[in-house]
Design a binder for this molecule. Structure first.
Ligand SMILES: *[C@@H]1O[C@H](CO)[C@@H](O)[C@H](O)[C@H]1NC(C)=O
Length: 301
């Protein structure tokens, strides 16, 4: 009888193949690093094996003719050249296949673009100081980051579409290394700050923040608002892939935390069927370490 059950079956083979296909479509985890000195190093984050993207956050001052300012909280002091040692961590990440992206903006910065020329100047600054260009005062040293993340949450939305366009033009330079463009809009659609920029269709990955926004986030076992917003986003914006942005712990956001079990049972199954699904984004590395969040959900992402 046992031998009979193990007999080759074309139907069984088909099920096995389908299982393999589903496994190979697994998504990625993207995480923000840089806003808490107690979250461990950038290399630690990459060595965890949890992430495909790490956003270094934030370049919190730029535009309007201001001298750009990188803020990495307690990690190091960029203004005195104290963060150039991050270069070796960035290279460690890249050698592991993790993309390291500079995040510009954030929830509490002084930033904005006043004109087309201002957008061009910021694009040139980013290229020369973080990407494939050169400058005598690169805040993170010689390492060439993989791209730029737009986490624009305040101020005038004007000219970010031009910034995206100017940055994308640099993809043709620097030995042909593509400048990856990513964005972190909030879930109400369209995003108040990033709407026009996202309509350029130039973004590779879009991590939608499904938190701090009750009308479009998960609540008390109900994923319908989140899923409805997810469908609006993926249908309304042309981008490489979309990620479900979630807090890594209850304390990581004002609202919108989804417990690991709820994410894997109620949210992910409702979004993973979308061909543009890329995975999840986690805010942020500090809370991810505290709450062991990515570890608990990774096999279902
Ligand atoms: C973190 O989660 C993983 C996966 O569920 C588990 O194996 C591990 O024991 C957890 N670690 C801690 C410190 O709780």
């Amino acid at each position: 009888m046992a031998a009979n059950k193990l007999k080759f079956s074309p139907l069984l083979a088909l099920f096995l193949l389908a299982g393999i296909a589903v496994t190979s479509r697994a998504g990625d985890i993207a995480v923000y690093w840089g806003q808490n000195g107690d979250e461990g190093s950038l290399a630690d984050a990459c060595n965890s094996g949890l992430y495909a993207y790490v956003m270094v956050a934030f370049l919190s001052t730029f535009g309007n003719g201001q001298t750009p300012v990188l803020n990495l909280a307690g990690h190091c002091e960029p203004s005195s050249g104290g963060c150039t040692g991050q270069s070796s961590d960035i290279q460690t990440c890249q050698s592991l296949g993790v993309k390291v992206i500079l995040s510009i903006g954030g929830g509490a910065g002084s930033y904005g673009l006043s004109s087309t020329q201002d957008a061009q100047d910021v694009a040139d600054y980013l290229w020369n100081n973080f990407l494939g260009g050169s400058s005598g005062s690169r805040p993170l040293g010689d390492a060439v980051l993989d791209g730029v993340d737009f986490d624009i949450e305040t101020g005038n939305p004007a000219h970010y579409d031009e910034l995206a366009t100017f940055l994308s033009r640099y993809s043709a330079q620097g030995g042909g290394k593509k400048v990856i463009l990513t964005a972190a809009p909030q879930c109400p659609y369209p995003d108040a700050s990033l709407g026009p920029a996202l309509q350029t269709g130039l973004f590779d990955s879009v991590w939608v923040q499904f938190y701090n926004n009750p009308p479009c986030q998960y609540a008390n076992g109900d994923a319908s608002n989140l899923v409805s917003a997810w469908n609006t986003w993926t249908g309304g914006v042309s981008a490489g892939s979309f990620y479900v942005g979630v807090p890594a712990a209850e304390a990581a956001a004002g609202s919108g935390y989804v417990a690991p079990g709820d994410l894997t049972s109620a949210v992910l199954p409702a979004v993973q069927g979308n061909a543009k699904y890329g995975g999840i984004m986690v805010w942020n590395r500090f809370y991810d370490v505290q709450n062991n969040f990515s570890n608990q959900v990774k096999s279902s992402v």
